[in-house]
Design a protein around this ligand. Structure first.
Ligand code: SAM
Ligand code: SF4
Length: 364
């Protein structure tokens, strides 16, 4: 069957999703991305929303095999952004009409960290009388902690499942009892029960990952009733167990990276076609693999951008993977550069708006 008959189907099933994810021919990709962009326009509009991304600390108790700020990476100098600096950046986001901020860090579960985040949320909430939407992305916590942070003003939470396949997940993490797929899934359930707009996502192009795994990831988003998707290619970090393995096996060639990018854009497009009214981020990792990676994602159905507002002096110590872009750019440059990218695909920016996921409200 030819791709257009798949794109005309009222409802896509798992086999259809696998077929679409596997397309590589340029004319087929063009049709796939065009259909996804039309779906984006119809369900969420061709307006893209900003979340100023503040990576405020790289301290982490976890040791994920792929991540450049994992606990055992001694090459990293650990930092905590002072509270006043975080608030200054949040105020800057408000003045620039970003609409929302995302606070991201390594995972910590100690009381001092929980209190710090709670206080921070209340302070950010007071800027412009609650003008900023707040997304948290600080890993696995108890339900009680999630509730405290929700009460303090966070209303979205991003926790990638990394892979919906527990066996693949196990190959990506140390088997030390602290990296458990079921715990992560339970966190997603708790967040939804509390009332957060829940975001999740996966890494794409992982060693051992099949098209069926990726199709299952999209079905997982649906089953979990996920409102926001943040996914992107796996990118090698030289000083991690997975990065070393991939490089030693000769699997980080230019062709392999191009393939991971294509698969990532296909995932954006098929997720848009399958889920329709969710928010989908055009992530920085896509730009790492191609200078126009984020534009490609916007053209394939993504509608969220996360301009970096991490303090410039800390950016080089928050490298989850090698060759992370924008390390030298100030926040003004990130703002202008992204606005140009949005205009280049024919979209507009939803300045000053939260840009919540329509799916969240359609399902209340
Ligand atoms: N520590 C929290 C957590 O893990 O949920 C939040 C921050 S963590 C750095 C955010 C995301 O970075 C992870 O969910 C993971 O998918 C992504 N990440 C880490 N290393 C990566 C790599 N080498 N390539 C692509 N994404 C990576
Ligand atoms: Fe820590 Fe998150 Fe990196 Fe895992 S992915 S090592 S939890 S920062």
């Amino acid at each position: 069957m030819d791709i257009s008959s798949f794109l005309q189907k009222e409802e896509l099933h798992k086999e259809d999703v696998i077929f679409l994810l596997g397309r590589t021919a340029p004319d087929e990709l063009e049709q796939l991305y065009r259909a996804a962009y039309e779906t984006k326009k119809e369900w969420v509009g061709n307006v893209d929303y900003y979340r100023g991304l503040l990576e405020f600390s790289n301290r982490c108790i976890k040791n994920c095999n792929y991540c450049g700020i994992r606990r055992d990476n001694g090459e990293v100098e650990r930092f905590d952004t002072p509270r006043e600096d975080i608030l200054t950046m949040a105020r800057w986001c408000y003045e620039q009409q970003y609409g929302s901020v995302t606070l991201q860090s390594g995972e910590r579960q100690d009381e001092a960290f929980i209190d710090f985040v709670e206080g921070l949320l209340r302070d950010i909430k007071s800027i412009g009388n609650g003008a900023l939407g707040i997304t948290l992305c600080v890993g696995e916590q108890t339900k009680e902690t999630y509730q405290r942070w929700y009460n303090a003003g966070a209303h979205r939470y991003l926790l990638r499942i990394e892979s919906s396949n527990p066996k693949l997940y196990a190959t990506l993490h140390p088997q030390d009892g602290h990296h458990n797929w079921n715990v992560r899934k339970t966190c997603l359930d708790s967040l939804a029960e509390i009332g957060y707009q829940v975001g999740t996502g996966v890494m794409i192009g992982l060693p051992g990952q099949t098209l069926e795994d990726l199709a299952e990831d999209i079905l997982f988003y649906k089953k979990q009733n996920i409102a926001m998707i943040g996914m992107g290619p796996y990118v090698v970090h030289h000083n991690t167990p997975l990065g070393k393995k991939v490089c030693e096996a000769g699997l980080d060639t230019a062709e392999a990276r191009a393939e991971r990018l294509r698969l990532s854009i296909n995932m954006v497009a098929v997720t848009r076609l399958f889920l329709k009214d969710v928010n989908i981020a055009a992530t920085t990792a896509m730009q790492t693999l191609h200078p126009l990676g984020r534009e490609m994602a916007l053209k394939a159905g993504a509608n969220i951008l996360m301009p970096l507002v991490t303090l410039p002096q800390f950016r080089s110590q928050y490298q989850l993977y090698d060759n992370k872009p924008c390390l030298e750019d100030g926040q003004e440059q990130c703002r202008n550069c992204l606005s140009a990218r949005v205009a280049s695909v024919g979209d507009t920016v939803g300045w000053g708006q939260w840009g919540d996921s329509p799916h969240f409200f359609n399902n209340l």
